[in-house]
Every structure is written in C-alpha cells, then in structure tokens.
Design a protein around this ligand. Structure first.
Ligand code: CA
Ligand code: CA
Length: 585
C-alpha cells in the first residue's frame, strides 16, 4: 500500500468518527467550480475555514463515500484576507454527481464530474455574442425567452466633426450596421472589438474540428458550412470593415450616441449615432484583426469568396494610415473641447501604441509574408509578453506567430518567440501552484476593472503555453483559471450568468435589465471583483480586492458584461473542452 493510499485509509477511519453537521446547506465556505470537472482534469476546492482537517467526496444521491483525504495546510490569501485550505481530489475520475463534505464546516452543493461539463458553458459564452448583435431581430427560434426586436439600424450614422475628412465632411451619413453591442451599453468601439473578434477567430482556428462539431450555437448561420464561432466573429468583422473610410484607410474610433442610453430596450434607444475621430489605435487594431481573419477565412474560399483579399487590402490601407498618423490618440476631453456635440460614452483611450503596432505588424506579416512589417515593429523585442487586454495587445501577435511558427522562414528565431510566451506562462503556472486558492490570479494589479477577464486571459495564455509544449502543468493552471471564474473564488459566485448554483442575477446589461424575463441573458461573464468600486454603489461586502464584487445592476464597476471579457471565457472554456476531448482518445 502506498503512503498516499494509507493516508487516505487513515483519513477515512478518522472521518467515520466525525459527525457531519446537520445543516448540510452550510456550503458558503466551500468554493469550487460550480459547473463541474472533466474526469481527467485536476479537481480542487477551497475550504475557507481553517479549523477543518479532512474532507470526503460523497455521491450526491445516496451519500456513499467515494473518496476521503486531508486538507492541505492552512494558508493566507491576501486578496481576500482569508485563511484557507485546499481539498484536492483529482483521483475522482468516475462520472457522476457528488458533494464535497468537510466535517465541522458543511457540504458543497452537488457538482458534476463528466466528459461534457465544459461544452454548455463554452457554447453559451459564444452564444452571448449573438445576444449582443445589433441591427437585427433576435427571433424566439434562436433567442428563446430573450427574443427581442432589432435595435440600432446604424444605416444613417453621422460623421462627427472630429471625424470629418475631404471625402466625408461633418454631417455626412454613412452606413455601418451590425456588429455587437460592446458591453452593457449600446455603443460599438473598434479598439475593444479588435481583441474580442481576434479571440473568437483563434478559437475557431486553433480547434477547428471542435469548433465545427461541438460549438454549434443555434444561430441563423447554423447549418452553413462554417463553424458558428467563425460566423459570430465575421458578424462583427463586417461591421469593423464598415468603420474604415475608403477615402484614406483611416478607421473611426467608435460608433456611438453622444451620451449613454437609459436602461431601455435597444429598439427604444433612438438617439442620433455618430462615427467619431479616426484613431491610430483603431487603425492598428483593425489592421491586426482583419489580417488575422484573412488567414482564417482563406480556408473557406468557396463559402467566403474574395473575403480574404478584401481583408488584406483593408488591413494594409489601415496600416498605411496609422504609419502616416502615429499620434492620433483618442482623448475624449480634448475632443469635447474642440468639437460639438460632446461625446461622453466609453473612451477606450490608449496612449501607448507600440504594442498595437507590434500586433498589427505580426498579423500583416503572416497574411502577406512581407518582411518590411517585422523589420519595422520587431515583435520579438524584449521584454517578454504580458497577459493581454484591450489596451495591451502585444501578446496577441505572439500567439499568432507561435501558432504559425512552422511556416516561418528559416531565419526567424522561433526559440525566442516561444520563450516570449513561456516566461509569463511559467510565472502564472507557478502562482497557481503556490497560491492558497490554487489559481493564477492573485497579484494586486490583477484585481482591476474586468478582473474576471484578467483571469480568463491568463488562462488563454496558459493554453498557448500548453499548445506549444504539451506540458500539462500549463493545462492544469488553465483549468484553475476556469475554475476561478466558475466558482473557486472568494465571493462564492460563478461569474457566468445562467451557470452554477450562485450566478449573477443582476448584471449591468441594458437588455437584461429592461426586458420582461427575470433571468439575465445567459453565458455572460461579469467584470468581477474590483476594489476601486468606481460606481460607489451601496452594498459591496468588502473593499478587499478579491471580495469587491456586488451582484447589482448599479455596479457597473464589478457587474457589467463586455465582449472583451466574454471572448477569453469562450476561448478558455472551449480550449479546455477541446483539449480534454482530444486527450481522451
Ligand atoms: Ca455555421
Ligand atoms: Ca497599447
């Protein structure tokens, strides 16, 4: 008998002597992925009660003990101010419904172990983009109870004075329909669309079989020859293409109202719409996304004839515009000093544009194989990559180059390329290994606006490291990142609407608030803990970083939703699902 097995037997004997508390509902101190676990994946729960020593896994129906073990030593997690112990039960490999029992603490709600646990959440995270589509009706056949009428046709959008040019003077009406609502509001922003669209594109590209066979989302394009997640990305990409001024290749920063709408349904929100200022960031993010999309859609020449060429032409024109206008930063306060009407919607103002240049260069190089792009932007220059976000996109170019590394010319330093991604991935995996919660998130800077997307993007970076090395340390850490957003966190919430036993009920999302359905639109990742609490809503349970979360529509700083948060959730859940399906064979 191994030492470990002996330990388990001893623990089982000890456990048998300890009565479980009558109040089996006392589950709040036990945090775990509420959606469930793949049989082959690591399985970890956090017990936020330092007094317990042991745990057991029981079948949910009969209460039969299937596994017992000792909790890991007590450790303090600074972001939540808690003393916690980990329960690791990875050897639980049989599909079924179970509860985790911790004598003296309580029992978890029932959770599932099964080969398909991640599929519904991956599908729903992609489907959430369908629910964000504008300019079209969402009929019941696709949208179920969240069916709604089309909002924002965006077929007669005014050129704002900040965006005027020789071919399109202020007040010109242009058409730029479609695309997704960015977040809980009704506006569209090219910068944030770039990373979001790219992330869905690479989900389809990195896992083509899975995307085609398992990620069907019941949208109008289901049943065509393209994976639905690719259809979804193209839906927004076609809008992005309409944001480019054909006269000069410049790209408008956003398409927006002057002011945010009230909490009303899209079809009631009829304020005038504007395209606002061409910006360097919008041009480069568009160039990068369009160039990458060209790589992906080239595989479907019969279904998408001519699209790849149009995308490369648009990307190249946007790149040229950005090179000629390297400092067109979007500064909303300055814009409002110079032009009328004032615009007071999301800014997505970014002043550091070297990373956008590196991303666009990497993608244009891959799409055209013209060395001049790499010479100019040096995507491999130090420092190593960092976890991406809407204003920090360099890692995305490295993801693309690394994924296509076998096609790169001999002189290309692929070792340096892979190292650029493995340096931060090692840090994240090490943090997951040593964290009292067993998760990659935990640095003070991780807990800002949209911290759940930081967790999801950390997971996505770890998936890239796994794909490059096949080292399961990275895969386990990626699963931990998914576990975090689905329940293994200090708040006790699963942060995805409609999933888990304690999901967000009141996201800051106008359709979910204004419609007649009690449940919010499903599959949306809320922003998550954000100690800055910029919304000043009453009722936050704590100011501690990992606990600064409030499930209230008031809390736009912790409970809004956004396309750039949902996209890495879709990628992470989809990637983990696809990888474990492959490992099974
Ligand atoms: Ca399809
Ligand atoms: Ca930037």
């Amino acid at each position: 008998m191994s030492a470990r097995a002996l330990r388990v037997v001893v623990a089982a004997l000890a456990l048998a002597l300890l009565p479980l508390p009558a109040a089996a509902q006392r589950d709040a101190a036990i945090r775990l992925n509420q959606v469930g676990f793949h049989p082959a994946a690591p399985k970890v729960a956090v017990v936020a009660d330092a007094h317990a020593d042991q745990f057991a896994v029981l079948t949910a129906d009969r209460g039969d003990t299937v596994l017992t073990g000792m909790l890991a030593p007590v450790a303090s997690w600074e972001p939540s101010g808690e003393r916690v112990r980990l329960a690791e039960f990875g050897e639980l490999a049989k599909s079924g419904r179970y509860v985790l029992a911790v004598p003296g603490v309580g029992r978890s709600r029932p959770f599932v172990v099964g080969p398909d646990v991640y599929t519904p959440v991956a599908r729903a995270a992609v489907k959430a983009f369908y629910f964000q589509r504008m300019s079209v009706d969402l009929p019941p056949a696709y949208a179920g109870p969240w069916s709604r009428r089309a909002g924002h046709p965006d077929d007669a959008v005014l050129v704002h004075p900040s965006a005027a040019g020789p071919g399109r003077p202020a007040g010109t009406r242009i058409a730029a329909p479609g695309g997704w609502y960015d977040a809980g509001d009704y506006n569209k922003y090219v910068v944030n669309s770039g990373i979001s669209t790219y992330t869905l594109l690479v989900l389809a590209e990195h896992f083509p079989e899975y995307a085609g066979a398992s990620l069907s989302t019941n949208v109008p394009e289901s049943g065509n020859a393209l994976p639905d997640v690719l259809d979804e990305a193209l839906w927004n990409l076609r809008w992005m293409m309409a944001m480019q001024d054909p006269n000069d290749g410049g790209v408008y920063h956003k398409l927006t109202n002057a002011e945010f709408n009230a909490m009303e349904m899209p079809e009631r929100a009829t304020a005038p719409r504007y395209v606002v200022q061409k910006s360097t960031a919008a041009a480069l993010d568009f160039a990068a996304t369009a160039a990458h999309a060209a790589l992906v859609v080239r595989r479907f020449p019969r279904q998408l004839p001519g699209l790849a060429d149009s995308l490369v032409r648009g990307a190249t024109a946007a790149w040229r515009w950005a090179r000629a206008h390297p400092d067109s930063v979007y500064d909303q306060r300055r814009l409002n000093e110079r032009f009328d009407p004032d615009v007071n919607t999301g800014a997505y103002g970014d002043t550091a544009l070297g990373d956008e240049l590196q991303w666009a260069a990497a993608e244009l190089y891959l799409a055209t194989r013209a060395d001049s792009f790499l010479v100019l932007a040096e995507p491999l220059a130090p420092p190593p990559a960092r976890v991406p976000g809407w204003g920090s996109v360099r890692a995305l170019g490295l993801y693309s180059l690394a994924d296509h590394r076998r096609e790169l010319p001999r002189g290309f330093d692929t070792t340096a390329l892979v190292r650029q991604l493995l340096v931060p991935a090692r840090e994240l995996a090490e943090r997951a290994r040593t964290s009292p919660y067993g998760v990659p998130i935990g640095e003070r800077r991780d807990f800002g606006w949209g911290s759940n997307a930081v967790a999801a993007n950390q997971g996505m970076l770890l998936v890239q490291a796994y794909r490059l090395t096949r080292d399961t340390t990275y895969l386990s850490a990626a699963v931990a990142a998914l576990d975090y957003v689905l329940g293994r966190n200090a708040t006790g919430y699963s942060f995805v609407t409609g999933f888990g036993w304690r999901p967000p009920r009141a996201p800051h999302h106008r359709p979910s608030q204004a419609d007649t359905v009690a449940a919010p639109v499903p599959g949306m990742l809320v922003g998550g803990p954000n100690p800055a609490q910029q919304d000043h809503c009453p009722g936050y349970p704590s100011r501690l970083p990992a606990l600064s979360y409030l499930d209230d529509v008031c809390s736009y700083a912790s409970n809004e939703i956004a396309i750039n948060w949902n996209a890495p959730l879709a990628y992470l859940a989809g990637a983990v699902d696809a990888i474990y399906r492959e490992l099974k064979h």
